[in-house]
Every structure is written in C-alpha cells, then in structure tokens.
Design a protein around this ligand. Structure first.
Ligand code: ZN
Length: 324
C-alpha cells in the first residue's frame, strides 16, 4: 500500500516535471535532407522485409509534437520473467526506424573546450550517422535536430515515441575537470552506480533545469516500463563498435565501458535507447582528433556499425542466409 502511495506521488511529480513541456511545441522533428556528405553506396539486393505492424507515419512538416509520453504507473517488470532472451529478440523484431539525437543545441552549447562546442561537434557526427544509416536498405532515420536549435530533452524522446522509432541514439561528447580523462562510454537509463556517472548525467541534464533531486524518485516509476535489458544490450553493441573503430586511429582510446545513469533525454522512451559519449572535449589529444573530419567520420561509421550489429542480432533469420 505504501508503495502505491509513493508511486502516486512520483507520478504527480512527473506531471509537474512535464508542466513546461507545452513550450516545446515549436520544435519540429527533422527528416534528414538530401545531403552532400559522403556516403556509402546502398548495398545491392536488399533482403525481403517481412510484413511489419502498422506504425505511425513520420511527422509531416509543421505538425505539432505529441503530448508528453503517458505517465507510467509502476507495473511488473517483464525483464525478470523474460528468461534469457530479451522481449525484442523473442519477437524477432526488426529495426527500421532510428532516431538520431544530436545532444544540446541553440542556447545549450553543451561542453566547450579547446575551441570546440559539443553541440556543433555532435551535430556534425549525427548528420554523418544519419547519412550512413539512410544508405542502408530498410532503414529510416529521424533526427531530433538538424541545425543549431534547442530541443527540450523530453521532446526528443517524445518524438521518438511519436514516430514509432525502433531505436534511439543520443550522441554527446564528454567533459571532465580532469584534463587527462579520455575515452568512450555508452549509457543506458537507470540509477547511477558511481559518482562519475552521476556527474556525467548531471552535466547532460543541465538543460532540464535544476530538478535533479527529484530524478531518482521519477526513475522508480519509469524504470518499470523501460526497455532496460534491450537498452543495455544496445549500449554494449554501440560501445564495442566505438572502441574497436577508434582504436585504429586513437591507439590510446580508453574503453570506459557501458554505464547507467539517469539521463532526462532517455526517460520515457518506448524503444531501446542509449547515450554515447564519443570522446572527451576536455582532453587536448581527443579534442584535436574531434576537430578533424576523419575522426568524426570514424565515430559515425562506428555508430552506424553498432546500430546495424544490434539490428542484426535481433534478426531471427541471418541476413546472409536470406540473400543466398
Ligand atoms: Zn552532452
């Protein structure tokens, strides 16, 4: 009984949290436009696509963003009952619509160091990722922003829900007071387990205002319905791809691993959703690399590969077999 009362309070808190949400109505989901970025040629002979459940169309230009995601009343987590296979794998779901979220933007520049603004760097990487994914047969990309505008954190996830996205990937660059800190890490939404992860979440949540103290309570209500297991798997795939790809050009890249922390931008997502910190702006060596097209392209290639690897792992029939 006490838990239910607590849950009601939490849901009420979430309602208050969403109060400023209506201000987000001017932000528009952005379709990746035809781009002059270099891209791969589409692979020939796309495999047959099995019939998919109907899903919402992409938002038309000028359409309003959806209302905030429904508030999740605590429900039994299906994670524990799912056995060894995640629900997505059990259902053999195929990934085809992917939301790419470039962190920050507009009045929220994110981290800045060594002459670089996080908002600019991650937008450029996000565009490259989108171009790489759009070149794949059967993959659609929706970007939360495609220019230097601010999109509220909750609106980003709401967009992903509205378009029925299969995956949500938020791209960020890391920062630390310790100039020696370097490497890559990938997060999924859950309680933070260490102070460093808490600090990263606090920095990335700045745009949400000073409500961090309520966040842990909110998570209790939200975690019950989150794609926890799938998000953790997706984070693992992204992290592996990043480390493998960057090691070739940045031999000192540190694998900081898959971590969990309460990121506003991941709350309420109904699909596997992760946040990648692709290198440290505050480390002079990684900042020098992040300033180059080659490194950004390498990161983007890795993120594309990670998404495709995760998609492949969900595929009940190996694509190579389908094409034979
Ligand atoms: Zn960031």
């Amino acid at each position: 009984m006490a838990r239910h009362v607590v849950s009601l309070l939490v849901v009420a808190g979430l309602l208050l949290f969403s109060a400023g949400w209506a201000d987000a109505q001017s932000d528009r989901p952005l379709r990746l436009p035809g781009s002059s970025l270099p891209r791969r040629a589409p692979a020939p002979d796309p495999p047959p696509t099995p019939p998919a459940a109907p899903r919402p169309p992409r938002p038309a230009p000028g359409s309003a963003l959806p209302p905030p995601p429904p508030l999740a009343a605590p429900a039994p987590a299906d994670d524990a009952a799912a056995g060894d296979l995640s629900l997505a794998r059990q259902l053999g779901l195929q990934v085809s619509r992917i939301v790419i979220d470039a962190g920050h933007g507009g009045g929220d520049p994110g981290a800045h160091a060594h002459g670089l603004r996080e908002a600019d760097v991650v937008l450029d990487i996000a565009r490259r990722v989108a171009a790489g994914l759009e070149a794949q047969p059967g993959v659609e990309v929706v970007m939360t922003r495609n220019d230097d505008t601010f999109v509220p954190l909750r609106a980003r996830t709401a967009l992903a829900n509205e378009v029925g996205a299969d995956l949500f990937l938020s791209i960020h660059a890391n920062a630390s007071r310790n100039a020696n800190a370097h490497g890559v890490e990938t997060y999924f939404l859950d309680f933070a387990l260490d102070p460093e992860a808490e600090r990263v979440a606090a920095r990335e949540n700045l745009a949400a205002g000073g409500k961090m103290k309520d966040l842990q309570n909110l998570l209790e209500a939200i975690a019950a319905n989150s794609k926890l297991r799938e998000s953790r798997d997706f984070a693992g795939t992204i992290q592996r791809a990043l480390v493998n790809a960057l090691r070739e050009v940045n031999g000192e890249v540190r694998d900081l691993g898959v971590k969990q922390a309460p990121f506003f931008v991941l709350i309420g997502a109904r699909m596997p959703s992760v946040l990648a910190e692709v290198s440290f702006l505050t480390n002079s060596r990684e900042a020098d690399l992040l300033a180059t097209d080659a490194y950004r392209e390498r990161i983007a290639d890795a993120l594309v590969a990670g998404v495709l690897d995760y998609r492949k792992a969900l595929d009940p029939v190996p694509r190579a077999t389908q094409q034979d």
